[in-house]
Design a protein around this ligand. Structure first.
Ligand code: GLN
Length: 245
């Protein structure tokens, strides 16, 4: 059994260790005897997502996003076809913003790939800190760290979850929603990296991707997540106690 990951523009979109999400997917597959192949997609590469199970796009600064925007636009149709065909995609922060129609930076408009009906605009100040959300995709609260100037507004699509009273800003700091869940795409502002402290999110993505390749009956054994779940709980406690960092 194998799984193929396409990591888009790792040298440009990799804030706060977002690449750690790939390591997490690899480890959780290794422990289950699933072979993982990671294809790094660099600027100018031609792409074919026909054999891809998971696409990952990390976060980036505004400057990096401007650079990467034209690269993403070059693969817009492939991304659109992949997403509409139920391909699994995880995008964090800057990568999440670029899945939408555009990112308005003052007078400047950074065009997104528009595979999801959402848009982002730069607000006053940055939304920074630890965050905890509740989502339908897993039982445990999802914890992470956010740092973004952009405010994202969803159109005809569902959020990934709701920001809990423990803290955090989410998409825009006003409507209480965090991220997006559209078909098999998850976009989120949660760095962390996201997956190591939220193993249930990792397994949700993996199960979805493997079921797509090997059939809906597909399942795999749970792992002993004592350490990962403890890390999640520690962060929950710190958020509830209002501890910064
Ligand atoms: N540059 C974007 C913003 O500030 C995304 C930053 C990030 O990926 N953390 O909104």
């Amino acid at each position: 059994m194998e799984i193929r990951i396409a990591h888009l523009f790792p040298e440009l979109l990799n804030l706060y260790g977002d690449g750690g999400n790939i390591i997490c997917i690899q480890k959780r597959c290794d422990w289950r005897g699933i072979f993982v192949k990671v294809d790094q997609i660099h600027a100018g590469d031609s792409v074919d997502f026909g054999n891809t199970d998971i696409i990952f796009v990390g976060g980036g600064t505004d400057r990096e996003q401007k650079i990467v925007c034209s690269e993403l636009l070059a693969v817009k149709q492939q991304l659109h076809d992949y997403v509409e065909a139920g391909g699994v995609l995880l995008a964090v922060c800057g990568g999440y913003q670029l899945l939408g129609h555009n990112y308005l930076l003052g007078d400047e408009l950074v065009e997104g790939v528009g595979v999801i009906d959402l848009k982002t605009e730069r607000g006053e100040g940055r939304l920074i800190g630890n965050v905890m959300i509740e989502s339908d995709i897993c039982k445990m609260p999802i914890v992470g760290y956010e740092n973004h100037g952009g405010r994202t507004y969803l159109g005809d699509c569902e959020p990934l979850g709701k920001v809990t009273s423990a803290g955090g800003y989410g998409n825009n700091g006003t409507d209480g929603y965090e991220g997006v869940h559209y078909k098999n795409v998850i976009g989120t502002y949660l760095h962390g990296p996201l997956l190591p402290k939220n193993p249930q999110v990792c397994d949700y993505l993996l199960k979805t991707a493997l079921a797509r390749r090997y059939g809906s009956e597909f399942d795999f054994p749970d792992l002993d997540d004592t350490i990962e779940n403890n890390a999640n709980l520690v962060m929950q406690e710190r958020l509830k106690a209002n501890v910064v960092n």
